[in-house]
Design a protein around this ligand. Structure first.
Ligand code: HEC
Length: 242
C-alpha cells in the first residue's frame, strides 16, 4: 500500500506542469450541464500536464457558432473552440481534434440527451475565387504596411494596436476577401493609403496624418494571397508555408 501511495505521489510530482496556472474554459449551458467537460478535461490534463477547468469567465471558449475551430457536435449544433493562439490553448484544440480526443468525446455517455459526435463537418465554405499572388511576398508586405496597426500573425503578435482587428479575425469573416480587396476605401485607410494608379493622390491641403501606406495592385494581390493562406486557427500557430 505504501508503495502504491509513493508511486501515486511521484506521478503527481513528475507531471510536467500541473502547477501552472489553469486555463479557464467557458461553454454554452447545454454543454456544461451535460457533464462532458468533467469527462474530457481531467483526461486532457493528465495527458499533457496542462490544466483546463470549466469557468464561465474563462479565456478560452466553446461556442455554438464560429469563430473558432469546429470540435464536436450534438443535436445539429456544431461547437467551436476559440483559443487565444497560445501554445497551451492550441494544444487543447489539437488534442480535441486528435483521434484520442475524439474518442474521449464520443465515449462520454450523457445522463440526458444524445451523445456528442466528434466527426464534425464544417459548413461548406463560401466559394472563394483563386487568388494568385506570392504568399511570402504578401507576408512581408503585410508586416511592413499593415503590421503597424494589425496583428498579421505570430510575426508581430505583440505590436498591433489593440483596437484594430487582427488579420486572423478579419480572415474568419465570410466576406474577408471583399474587405481586403477594398480596404483602401474603407475607414480608416483612405486618409493614409494610396494604391498606385488606383486611388487619387492625397489632396495637397490634406496630407496623410501618419506615414502613408503606398502599395501597388500587385502588392495588394500578394497581401490577399497571404491572407487567403491564413486561417482563423493561425492566430498563434506557426505559419505552415514558410
Ligand atoms: C494606421 C493603422 C492601420 C494601418 C497601417 C492599416 N490598417 Fe487596416 N484597419 C485599421 C483599423 C483601425 C481598422 C478597423 C476599422 C473599424 O473597425 O472601423 C482596420 C480595418 C481593416 C480591415 C477591415 C475593414 C472593414 O471595414 O471591414 C481590413 C480588410 C484592413 N484593415 C486591411 C488592412 C491592410 C491590408 C493594411 C495594409 C496594407 C492595413 N489594413 C493597414 C488600421 C490600420
Amino acid at each position: 500500500m505504501r508503495f502504491v501511495l509513493l508511486c501515486l505521489s511521484l506521478t503527481f510530482i513528475t507531471s510536467p506542469s500541473l502547477s501552472q496556472e489553469a486555463i479557464g474554459l467557458s461553454a454554452p449551458d447545454e454543454v456544461s450541464d451535460s457533464g462532458l467537460l468533467q469527462h474530457i478535461l481531467p483526461r486532457f490534463s493528465l495527458k499533457t500536464g496542462i490544466r483546463v477547468i470549466a469557468d464561465e469567465n474563462g479565456e478560452m471558449s466553446l461556442n455554438s457558432a464560429p469563430p473558432g475551430d469546429p470540435v464536436f457536435a450534438r443535436g445539429g449544433v456544431t461547437y467551436h473552440l476559440l483559443t487565444d493562439g497560445t501554445d497551451r490553448q492550441d494544444r487543447f484544440r489539437d488534442w480535441l481534434l486528435s483521434d484520442i480526443g475524439k474518442r474521449t468525446v464520443e465515449s462520454f455517455a450523457p445522463q440526458q440527451g444524445e451523445p456528442f459526435s466528434a466527426s464534425v463537418t464544417v459548413a461548406a465554405a463560401p466559394q472563394e475565387q483563386a487568388i494568385d499572388g506570392n504568399v511570402t511576398l504578401g507576408q512581408e508586405l503585410s508586416l511592413t504596411h499593415c503590421g503597424r496597426c494589425h496583428v498579421i500573425g505570430p510575426q508581430n503578435r505583440m505590436n498591433g494596436l489593440g483596437s484594430t482587428p487582427s488579420f486572423a479575425v478579419l480572415r474568419a469573416m465570410p466576406d474577408w476577401s471583399d474587405r481586403f480587396e477594398a480596404f483602401f476605401a474603407l475607414n480608416p485607410h483612405p486618409s493614409f493609403t494610396q494604391i498606385i494608379d488606383v486611388t487619387p493622390p492625397f489632396a495637397v491641403d490634406r496630407p496623410p496624418p501618419i506615414h502613408p501606406v503606398e502599395i501597388t495592385l500587385d502588392e495588394l494581390e500578394a497581401i490577399l494571397a497571404f491572407v487567403a493562406a491564413l486561417s482563423a486557427a493561425d492566430l498563434g500557430a506557426p505559419l505552415q508555408f514558410q
